[in-house]
Design a binder for this molecule. Structure first.
Ligand SMILES: *Cc1c(COP(=O)(O)O)cnc(C)c1O
Length: 394
C-alpha cells in the first residue's frame, strides 16, 4: 500500500501515540481541579502550550487549543469580525482558494452584512501583494489568506502580506494548517496576528489544533462555558491529544530541514515522471509549493475513475473532481487557478510523506501512466479530442 494523501491526514507518529496513551493512563486528571492530580494535568497542559508557542515564535498565553483547524479558522474570523463591527468596519479580504472552513465562515458573515473581497490566485496559485494593497480599504477589518494551499500546495508570500497588513493596521489571519511542521512558520517574523493549526496534518492526533492570537487582540468565544483556555474556549481540555499534538509539532519542526529536502527531491521526480503523460498539466507553481505536494490535471478522464483504479493498484490519492467531494462542481481551487470544468474534473492530488520511498515514486509514475492511458482508451471526450472534433486545452 502506498499512502499518497498526506494533505488529507497523516499517520500518527509512534512518539505521538506514546505520549497520548501515556497521558490517558497516567495523567487523566482534570486540569481545572485544584488537588495535586489535577495540577499535574494542568502542568502537562501548560508544558504543551509552551512547546507549541516555542515552535512558532509565540508566547504561551497566545495559544488557544481547539478541536482542530476548522474551529480555529472559525474563531479567528469571528474574532476579527466582532472587533471590526465594533468600529463600523465590515470589509474582509481573503482569497478565492481558501479552505471551506474559511470560505463558508465568510459566506455566513456576508449574510450578516459584511462585504468580502476574494483576491485572485492567478494561474500559478499565488496571490499578488499589489492586488492586496489595492483591495485594502478604510473599513477593512481582516485579511485572511492561507499559508499554503491544501490542494495544489502553493505557498503564499505570507511575510509580505503580513507586513502590508501591519502597515495598514488591519488584522491578518493565516490558515497555516498545511504549512505547520512542513515549512518554516514564525508568527513574529511573518507579521501574523492570528494563525490556525491542526495536529493531524503533522503526524499528531485528529480532533485537536490551536489558534494563535497575538496579545492585545480581544478573542471572541465560539464555545461558552467554563473558564478553560483563559476563558476563550470552554470545555475540559483534551489533554492526551493536546500533549501528543505538541510532541508531534516539536518533532516535525526539528526534522523539517532534513525531511523537506528529501521530500522535495521525490516530489520533483514525481512531477518529472508524470509530465511525460501527453496532454497534462501541473497545477500550481512548480517550485513555490509544499515539499510533498503534486497535483495534475489530465485531459479526457475523470479524476474519480482514476482514483478508484489507483486504489486497485494499492495507491491512495485524492482528486478535486466532482464525485469525490460530493458536489456537482469541480474543486473551487482548480477553478480559481483558471482550469475549465472539463479539465478540472480530471485532476489528481498526490501528497507524499516521509515514508514514501524512491521505489514508491516509480511505482506511482508507472501506475498513473497506465491508468490514464487505459481510461482514455474508452473515453468519448478523449476520442473527440484525438479526432479533432474538440480542441486540446492542455
Ligand atoms: C485540514 C485543513 C483544515 C481543517 O482542519 P481540521 O483539523 O480537519 O478541522 C483547515 N484548513 C486547511 C488548509 C486544511 O488542510
Amino acid at each position: 500500500m502506498i499512502y499518497a494523501d498526506n494533505a488529507a491526514t497523516t499517520k500518527m507518529s509512534d512518539e505521538a501515540i506514546e505520549v497520548m496513551t501515556g497521558m490517558m493512563k497516567e495523567t487523566w486528571g482534570n486540569p481545572s481541579s485544584l488537588y495535586m492530580f489535577g495540577q499535574k494535568a494542568k502542568e502537562a497542559l501548560e508544558e504543551a502550550r509552551g512547546t507549541v508557542a516555542g515552535v512558532i515564535g509565540a508566547e504561551p498565553k497566545e495559544i488557544i487549543f481547539t478541536s482542530g483547524g476548522s474551529e480555529a479558522d472559525n474563531q479567528a474570523i469571528l474574532t476579527a469580525a466582532l472587533i471590526g463591527a465594533g468600529k463600523g468596519k465590515k470589509h474582509i479580504i481573503s482569497s478565492a482558494f481558501e479552505h471551506h472552513a474559511v470560505l463558508h465562515t465568510l459566506e455566513k458573515l456576508e449574510k450578516e452584512g459584511f462585504e468580502v473581497t476574494l483576491l485572485d490566485v492567478h494561474e500559478d496559485g499565488i496571490v499578488r501583494c499589489e492586488e492586496l494593497e489595492k483591495a485594502i480599504r478604510e473599513d477593512t477589518c481582516l485579511v485572511t489568506i492561507m499559508y499554503a494551499n491544501n490542494e495544489i500546495g502553493t505557498i503564499q508570500p505570507i511575510r509580505e502580506i503580513g507586513r502590508i497588513c501591519r502597515d495598514r493596521g488591519v488584522i491578518f489571519h493565516t490558515d497555516a494548517v498545511q504549512a505547520l511542521g512542513h515549512i518554516p512558520v514564525n508568527v513574529a517574523d511573518d507579521n501574523i496576528d492570528m494563525m490556525s493549526g491542526s495536529a493531524h496534518k503533522f503526524h499528531g492526533p485528529k480532533g485537536v489544533g490551536f489558534l494563535y492570537v497575538r496579545k492585545g487582540i480581544r478573542v471572541s468565544n465560539l464555545i461558552e462555558g467554563g473558564a478553560q483556555e483563559r476563558g476563550k474556549r470552554a470545555g475540559t481540555e483534551n489533554l492526551p491529544a493536546i500533549a501528543a499534538a505538541a510532541a508531534a509539532l516539536k518533532t516535525a519542526a526539528g526534522d523539517m530541514d532534513k525531511n523537506a529536502g528529501l521530500l522535495s527531491a521525490k516530489r520533483d521526480r514525481l512531477i518529472e515522471g508524470l509530465k511525460e503523460i501527453p496532454h497534462c498539466a501541473l497545477n500550481g507553481d512548480e517550485k513555490r509549493r509544499l515539499p510533498g505536494n503534486v497535483n495534475f490535471c489530465f485531459e479526457g478522464i475523470e479524476g474519480e475513475s482514476l482514483l478508484l483504479l489507483l486504489d486497485d493498484k494499492g495507491i491512495q490519492a485524492s482528486s478535486g473532481s466532482a464525485c469525490t467531494s460530493g458536489s456537482l462542481d469541480p474543486s473551487h481551487v482548480l477553478l480559481a487557478i483558471g482550469r475549465v470544468h472539463d479539465v478540472a474534473h480530471g485532476s489528481l492530488r498526490l501528497t507524499i510523506g516521509e515514508d514514501t520511498d524512491d521505489a514508491d515514486i516509480e511505482t506511482i509514475i508507472t501506475a498513473v501512466k497506465e491508468v490514464v492511458a487505459y481510461l482514455r482508451s474508452f473515453s468519448p471526450i478523449w476520442r473527440d479530442l484525438e479526432a479533432g472534433v474538440k480542441e486540446h486545452i492542455l
